[in-house]
Design a binder for this molecule. Structure first.
Ligand code: NAD
Ligand code: UD1
Length: 350
């Protein structure tokens, strides 16, 4: 049976490419809109090759209303999964206008175009960062959004609030806000993964580049937190589980209103536990030094994942060893990400 057509904004990026793959495997038609500022068309070619199914790629910007209008007039879109945005926390402090323009302005342009086209079903990529620094762990969806300390986090919080107001204003809207914890890992084929430009900000891509010899050592930011080993604790989840969460969320889009879900495992792991696990699985040493705390980091947080389990039937199924062995396979096979020249036989993303 032909399933509906989904617009995936930011589908050439890390989470969007894995989700596009899963949508194709589930029988959906996929249209990706991405300006490629941090995404790769090679990722989409590989998605097509792995699934044996074509997708439609449109190079364009979510802030470009004419582009959106044309897209909606040419494609009978049933729902939108909205990943497109800028995501580097540190960079957002120096470039607030760029972050509000893309993350908030882009989301407003997208919603306006959806409204004009009569498309009212939306899944939005939010973040655990919206709980703010004072929320008790584990984070539960019933907690209020807290204060955010950087424009990236504030932009996510503002889009959440805007989408809530929108769904209150018009009951045709059905919106799911997914608050991701710390996505890591890669497709088990090793052909699709996270490909940060420049120096990675996030822990796992950094560790993986040390293991593969691209960087000499890791700096562990802070050894004096009030945690078991003094390093920060996070809730890491496999990107394939996260992708499944988006497919599950599509099923929730028959209900009006805004519905919010944590996507995490419910289990916290420290920086040193991640380093040790990577050393064990890769059989490579990960030299590290302790460095001062990184500004804005919280000591420890993880999800209460029960609401997603009860209402979406979603549960993170993949464990730490899967997350790390899949990251390592991707990094080993693609030491320079999508710029690595290996077998890239392709159906050609159009
Ligand atoms: P990513 O940077 O790999 O993907 C984002 C994609 O959006 C990129 O392909 C980029 O080229 C595209 N894009 C950016 N601006 C655009 C624009 N104006 N128009 C069209 N396309 C544009 O990031 P990701 O890790 O896949 O994250 C996806 C979403 O999930 C983001 O909104 C991010 O804030 C959110 N999120 C990510 C994490 C994480 O740890 N990766 C955690 C919480 C939330
Ligand atoms: C970061 C963002 C958060 C975003 C999330 C997912 C910050 C302050 N927060 O979360 O808003 O939603 O990414 O994209 O940037 N670490 C090191 N050495 C490194 C890198 C990281 O020790 O080189 C530590 C960090 O201090 C942290 C842990 O590893 O304790 C995880 O860091 P990271 O992967 O950046 O994720 P978060 O900080 O949780």
């Amino acid at each position: 049976m032909q399933k509906s057509k989904i617009l995936v904004t930011g589908g050439a990026g890390y989470i969007g490419s894995h989700t596009s793959l899963m949508l194709l495997e589930e029988g959906y038609e996929v249209v990706v809109l991405d300006n490629l500022i941090n995404g790769s068309q090679e990722a989409l070619r590989r998605v097509e090759h792995i699934t044996g199914r074509p997708l439609t790629f449109i190079k364009g910007d979510i802030r470009d209303r004419a582009c959106l209008d044309q897209l909606f007039s040419e494609h009978d879109i049933d729902a939108v999964i909205h990943f497109a945005g800028l995501k580097a926390v540190g960079e957002s402090v120096g470039q607030p206008l760029a972050y509000y323009d893309t993350n908030l302005g882009g989301s407003l342009a997208l919603c306006r175009a959806m409204q004009a086209a009569g498309v009212f079903r939306l899944v939005f990529s939010s973040s655990a960062t919206v709980y703010g620094p004072d929320a008790p762990v584990p984070y539960h969806e019933s907690m209020p959004r807290g204060g955010t300390s950087n424009p990236y986090g504030t932009s996510k919080s503002m889009v959440e609030k805007t989408l809530e107001d929108l769904s209150h204003s018009d009951e045709r809207w059905s919106i799911v806000l997914l608050r991701y914890f710390n996505p890591i890992g890669a497709h088990p084929s090793g052909r699709l993964g996270e490909d940060p430009q420049g120096v990675p900000n996030n822990l796992l891509p950094y560790i993986a580049q040390v293991a593969v010899g691209r960087r000499p050592s890791l700096k562990v930011f802070g050894d004096d937190y009030a945690t078991e080993d003094g390093t920060c604790v996070r809730d890491y989840l496999h990107v394939m589980d996260l992708a499944e969460g988006h497919v599950s969320a599509l099923g929730r889009l028959s209900l009006p209103g805004t519905h919010v879900y944590n996507l995490g495992t419910g289990q916290g792991l420290s920086v040193l536990q991640m380093v040790e696990a990577f050393e064990r699985i890769s059989e490579r040493p990960i030299p590290y030094q302790f460095a001062p705390r990184r500004e804005g980091d919280l000591a420890a947080f993880w999800a209460d994942p029960h609401k997603a389990q009860q209402e979406l039937g979603w549960l993170a199924r993949r464990g730490l060893d899967d997350m790390i062995s899949d990251t390592w396979r991707w990094q080993r096979q693609n030491p320079h990400g999508y710029r690595t020249e290996i077998n890239t036989t392709s159906h050609g993303a159009s």
